[in-house]
Ligand binder design. Structure first.
Ligand code: HEC
Length: 243
């Protein structure tokens, strides 16, 4: 396995108290699927589209068939927890119905199917229809709060870089969040820190000039929720001392 380390300088650096307040005020409150991401009409249309295109493989009650996954319950929560509805919508729009017909349905039909899948996971309806755009605003989170991310999930944390013996750790760190693409979050410089610590594994580049800085670390979690550390692919320096 190859381990790559890219060091970038963050564009977002909090320079003053004023800038900090502004950045916080502008960050929209994150919505979740419990806030009503779709309408009943969409889910009803989605039910017919599902019967016509999806039951062969995923079963009439989305319970899965021998070879194909369930789209409800544990499978849904494990695979999509801490992702946006847009992520799942994009996935089905591109890959389903699996096979030669993948991606051939109407874009609005995929949105209806997404609404139907949400409804079958007992998520509430709302008054505003789901769209390709607002799907990004709704995070998939179980009712009792976020699940721990599984071993080997590509994730990132924000925290304070410190030397520990011959290696490195990130202290005062946020809980890991999924990070499929991109390096640092937009609010790298201002995000509230947490109380977690992560050991950084396979660090091949010298991090000395970032010691004591606020950083974003991206990589594969080792152990559930990174209990065994983070197998680092990328470290981004916020340029500010920490915490
Ligand atoms: C020919 C079989 C087939 C059909 C038809 C089909 N799927 Fe799938 N679906 C798959 C396969 C294969 C996967 C990959 C995961 C797996 O092995 O089950 C998958 C995965 C998914 C996933 C991701 C599940 C997860 O937990 O990762 C969703 C959501 C999904 N399908 C929705 C749909 C929808 C909506 C339709 C109808 C438009 C549909 N599928 C039609 C075979 C099928």
């Amino acid at each position: 396995m190859k381990h790559m380390l890219v060091i970038a300088t963050a564009l977002f650096v909090a320079v003053s108290g004023g800038a900090l307040t502004l950045a916080r005020a502008q960050a929209p409150a994150k919505k979740t699927v419990w806030d009503g991401a779709y309408t009943k009409e969409q889910a009803d249309r989605g039910a017919s589209a599902f019967a016509a295109n999806c039951t062969n493989c995923h079963g009439p009650n989305l319970e899965g068939t021998g070879r194909f996954k369930a789209l409800v319950g544990n499978t849904f929560w494990n695979d999509f927890s801490s992702r946006s509805v847009q992520y799942v919508l994009n996935y089905i729009s591109k890959n389903m119905p699996n096979g030669v017909n993948a991606g051939t349905l109407d874009p609005s039909t995929y949105i209806d199917l997404m609404a139907f899948i949400l409804s079958r996971n007992d998520l509430p309806t709302g008054t505003t229809p789901l769209t390709a755009q607002n799907a990004a605003d709704f995070e998939i989170i179980p009712k009792d709060g976020p699940r721990a991310l599984a071993d080997k999930t590509l994730a990132r944390v924000v925290g304070c870089l410190a030397k520990a013996g011959s290696g490195w750790v990130v202290n005062n760190a946020t809980a890991p969040e999924r990070a499929d693409a991109g390096a640092a979050p937009a609010d790298l410089g201002t995000r509230a820190l947490g109380d977690r610590s992560f050991q950084l594994l396979f660090v091949l580049t010298r991090l000395d000039r970032m010691a004591g800085h606020r950083v974003a670390v991206r990589g594969l979690l080792v152990g559930e929720d990174g209990s065994g550390g983070i197998n680092v692919t990328e470290v981004t320096d916020a340029g500010a001392t920490c915490p």
